[in-house]
Design a protein around this ligand. Structure first.
Ligand code: AMP
Length: 544
């Protein structure tokens, strides 16, 4: 028997409609490139998002068309988050920290028909545009002007009338957003988010257990809008009508702290590198900022060190909320929290729990599997690779029919994170089976660096491993075996890599060895290398 309930579609237009009806007066604030603050209301935002949809439709953008964005966190990017899907399109957020060759690959693989780019990122765009297959390039500039061959964002939306806007009937299962991840080996993979997945995750992030975002909050996502939907903040905050603050390109600790204080921010979110920088500044001058409004600093993307969580709480009275997620999960997976039985536990025990990755949020299921294929017991001790399934977990990558190595036969997603699960269902990440380094919240592919290094005439073998780093969480270290009679210095090898990789990908250190330890099947034994080159005890902890 069917339930007799309306078939109401969970879509982004419905979120925007609600925000416009209920929260038209609420504020959205952005720090502009010149450091001044731009302010407008949800009512202004909704009008401009609709105008963007109309302007894109006039350019021929419609059902399922991908529109790339190369933008920082700001109000116009928020408009694109809604305006593109309102036109029936898919917003494809491009990671501006990637090397031009990766960006070109990703934009072309996604089939981006148009691109919206910040004026300050035009040099990056100039470097890739000849390799792109775009029909329209749109520039966001403060003055509204556009270089030859590009369209002006401001002129585009000034040229249409929101009165002409009619809401499309969008199927909640159709794609609204897209983001590529290099969180696997091989080429970056595209994840396509449906309207439904985003809407449901926005609900979950507004639940009391996970983040509890609500109308009275003032939010400032430091996590980039080009990385995994900025953890759905632009969607959740609009759904609940929170005041939204965007930092623009100003992500240094002093600018962020000043914005927290000035705008009375209550919830913020970012990777550990951001919070470690902020902690150092607060420690140096504890009374300098009034952060009494701040109720939660959400940290994820890499493991939050327990010492950091404790230091914020004990030295500054600030509450760090540790979460784990993945681009493939829209991205929220688990959140660390104290369940009722732990509320009266000693501080030691509380910190232990708050520094784990936490409990799965509703409609995310977890299990972990040992190398021999058996599922692990939830005993907090046995390690296995975490598998997930749920209402916003990707079912495959875009343009890649082969799900073989990332999804199980019964449809669970293999995360590549090695965890223990305790009796409460709380996960703790112990290691990573994927061959990558995560530096400052962004991936570096060990395999890509190794392959490039092994193309150097003097190099016989090279393995790249993650080393713990105090500021960046991890940094790459290259272990190199030279060919007999070959010679190369670390400077030469770094220069050799520099043309093909972003500067921050280049290994900080090169170690020259006689031999790289191998497994029985001839793979580099990276656990042995990590042990061999581990920094002295007392240095930073390994991230994951
Ligand atoms: P991404 O898709 O770039 O967001 O990366 C997802 C991956 O980042 C996860 O599979 C983990 O390896 C890592 N990660 C994310 N959050 C955490 C966390 N809280 N602790 C440890 N690792 C994390």
């Amino acid at each position: 028997m069917d339930g007799l309930i309306m078939d109401y579609q969970l879509t982004l237009p419905a979120i925007l409609r609600r925000a416009e009806q209920l929260f038209g007066h609420k504020e959205i604030v952005t720090r502009l490139p010149d450091r001044s603050f731009h302010r407008y209301t949800y009512a202004d935002f909704a009008v401009r998002a609709k105008r963007l949809a109309l302007a894109l439709a006039e350019l021929g953008i419609g059902d399922g068309d991908r529109v790339g964005t190369l933008c920082w966190n700001h109000y116009r990017h928020l408009e694109a988050y809604y305006g593109i899907p309102l036109a029936g399109g898919v917003i494809h957020t491009l990671n501006l920290r990637l090397h031009p060759s990766d960006l070109t690959y990703i934009a072309n693989h996604a089939g981006d028909r148009a691109l919206i780019v910040d004026e300050s990122l035009l040099p990056l765009y100039e470097g890739i545009k000849d390799g792109l297959d775009l029909e329209h390039a749109i520039v966001i500039s403060e003055g509204g002007e556009a270089p030859a061959g590009m369209l002006s964002y401001e002129e585009l939306i000034a040229g249409v009338d929101e009165a002409d806007y009619t809401e499309l009937q969008i199927d909640e299962r159709s794609a609204a957003a897209m983001c590529y991840t290099s969180g696997t080996t091989g080429q970056p993979k595209g994840v396509l988010y449906s309207h439904r997945a985003i809407a449901l995750q926005a609900f979950a992030a507004a639940m009391a257990g996970p983040f509890g975002l609500h109308e009275a909050d003032t939010t400032l996502p430091v996590v980039p809008m080009f990385h995994a939907n900025a953890w759905c903040f632009p969607f959740t905050c609009t759904l609940v009508g929170a005041k939204q603050v965007y930092p623009g390109p100003h992500l240094d600790p002093a600018s962020l702290l000043q914005a927290f204080e000035q705008e009375r921010v209550t919830v913020t979110a970012g990777v550990p590198t951001i919070w470690l920088g902020i902690l150092a500044l607060l420690d140096a001058d504890p009374g300098a900022y009034d952060l009494s409004s701040l109720r939660a600093m959400i940290v994820g993307g890499s493991a939050a060190p327990r010492a950091m969580i404790q230091a914020f709480q004990e030295r500054h009275g600030l509450n760090v909320v540790h979460a784990w997620g993945m681009t493939e999960m829209t991205p929220l997976g688990t959140v660390a929290m104290l369940t009722s039985d732990l509320l009266d536990a000693p501080d030691e025990v509380k910190y232990e729990y708050l520094s784990k990755q936490g409990l799965p949020v509703p409609y995310v299921e977890i299990r972990a599997r040992r190398e021999d294929g058996e599922l692990v017991a939830w005993d907090g001790e046995t390690m296995g690779e975490l598998e997930v399934r749920g209402v916003w977990v990707a079912s495959r990558y875009y343009g890649d029919e082969d799900t073989g190595d990332r999804w199980t036969a019964d449809g669970w997603f293999k995360t590549g994170d090695v965890v223990t699960i305790d009796g409460r269902g709380c996960i703790e990440i112990q290691d990573r089976s994927k061959d990558l380094v995560k530096s400052g919240g962004e991936w570096i592919s060990s395999v890509a660096l190794e392959n490039a290094l092994m193309g150097h005439p003097a190099v016989a073998e090279a393995a790249v491993i993650a080393m713990p780093h105090e500021k960046w969480t991890e940094r790459p270290l290259a272990v190199v075996v030279l060919k007999p009679g070959g010679s190369a210095t670390d400077t030469e090898l770094r220069e050799y890599l520099a043309s093909g990789f972003a500067k921050w990908w280049l290994p900080d250190e090169f170690r020259f060895v006689e031999e790289i330890p191998k497994t029985a099947v001839g793979k580099f034994r990276k656990t042995a290398l990590r042990e061999q080159f581990a920094p002295a005890p007392g240095s930073a902890e390994v991230a994951s």
